[in-house]
Design a protein around this ligand. Structure first.
Ligand code: PLP
Length: 378
């Protein structure tokens, strides 16, 4: 069986409900190259946490093999990558959670973040098999993980004398790379403390890489793109994925499984949230919030029917949504519906637009793709 077939959900003998997620390997490869182009001299981690942003780690790996390393959080995901025979770098972005994790780091050759003194204590007490490659994390202003600038050098010095440590790299994370505040204050806090320390510099999520490439490219040995690899814009709505040259990597598609003709005054769905002001034809689509489609999408959320852009009507229910067929009069039972991603005709509905309609971000939609949705690796 081909790798693609193995990594796709097995087909059932019975006719399945027509919902399907398609993962586009070629788009993952394209987006990685696009991200790299902004820091051509730096090495690129492909961030594959959260099961590769909902795409499936093994599937995403097919498209992201050209990365210099893979960054993730979960030790199980690190094991899965090694099981795929990935021998290159793997970085644990939150480091170890327990002293026992360090044994696995030694065994699997995992590089790990150190963001607090408790993690240094664990390492100092660890009877290691092989010395560890550490990424020491500075809290340069995000106030999530890391040592404050004034505590950073003491942490570095502590690590530097441990026999368990082979090499220390330097790392920070930007809170506002996608917004008006930018990265200047955090980058200068980082540089002020680390300028005379040896070690590779590991900076920048997608937004930093896409918006601040000139400053970051020369300051970075490693960059850490995540969301742009998956074809979602790092600063929507200011820039769309297309503006950034990104291609969608996940398509959520379904079909029309019912049709209704409305007259003026007819309402649609739970709570009668949409009321027709004239006669119209609507389609019922086999996709609902139990598939991972956001329930907060209301009337007007964009959707493609046969590749033609139209809109959602009324409330999203567990297993179905209703769509306006006015712009697609030829739509019929079985017509293709694209909830996000790429239609058969090549028309694209950016996941970011659907997320925006639900008051959230593309990340959340990808990560929330439901277990019950079959996946095809294309
Ligand atoms: C998730 C994450 C990234 C990637 O962020 P994107 O916004 O998806 O590019 C980079 N670095 C760290 C520390 C992260 O947790």
């Amino acid at each position: 069986m081909s790798i693609r077939a193995q990594l796709s959900t097995p087909r059932k003998a019975v006719m399945p409900r027509p919902i399907l997620a398609t993962i586009h390997t070629d788009a993952l490869t394209h987006n990685l190259a696009r991200a790299r182009a902004n820091a051509p001299d730096a090495r690129a981690w492909a961030v594959v946490k959260a099961n590769a942003y909902g795409h499936g780690l093994e599937r995403a790996f097919e498209g992201l093999r050209a990365a210099d390393g893979f960054a993730l959080l979960d030790l199980d995901e690190a094991k899965r990558l090694r099981a795929l025979d990935w021998r290159g770098p793997i970085l644990l972005l939150e480091g170890c959670f327990d002293a026992r994790d360090l044994e696995l780091c030694s065994r699997l050759g995992l590089w790990h973040t150190i963001h607090c003194n408790e993690q240094i204590d664990m390492l100092a007490a660890h009877k290691t098999l092989l010395p560890h490659r550490i990424f020491l994390k500075m809290n340069s202003g995000m106030n999530r993980l890391g040592f404050k600038p004034e505590r950073f050098r003491a942490a570095w010095t502590r690590l530097n004398v441990l026999p368990q440590v082979e090499e220390i790299s330097l790392m920070t994370h930007f809170s506002d790379a996608d917004g008006p505040k930018g990265i200047a204050a955090q980058l200068s806090a980082f540089n002020a403390v680390t300028h005379d320390l040896p070690g590779e510099r590991n900076l920048s999520n997608s937004a930093g890489l896409m918006r601040h490439a000139p400053e970051l490219a020369q300051a970075s040995d490693w960059v850490r793109p995540g969301i742009v690899l998956y074809g979602s814009s790092s600063d929507f709505p200011e820039h769309s994925a297309a503006d950034l040259g990104l291609a969608p990597t996940m398509t959520l598609s379904s079909k029309i499984i019912g049709l209704q003709n409305l007259v003026a005054g007819d309402s649609v769905g739970y709570g009668s949230q949409f009321v027709a002001d004239a006669a119209m034809r609507i389609g019922v689509v086999a996709c609902g919030y139990a598939d991972g489609y956001p329930r907060h999408c209301g009337t007007g959320t964009p959707v493609l029917v046969n590749g033609v852009r139209t809109r959602l009507l009324g409330r999203v229910s567990m297993d179905m949504v209703m769509v306006d067929l006015t712009p697609v009069p030829q739509a019929a039972m079985g017509s293709e519906v694209t909830l996000w991603g790429r239609s058969a005709s090549g028309a694209v509905l950016p996941i970011d637009e659907v997320a925006h309609a639900a008051g959230t971000v593309g990340y959340e939609l990808m990560c929330a793709l439901a277990q019950r949705v079959p996946v095809l690796l294309a």
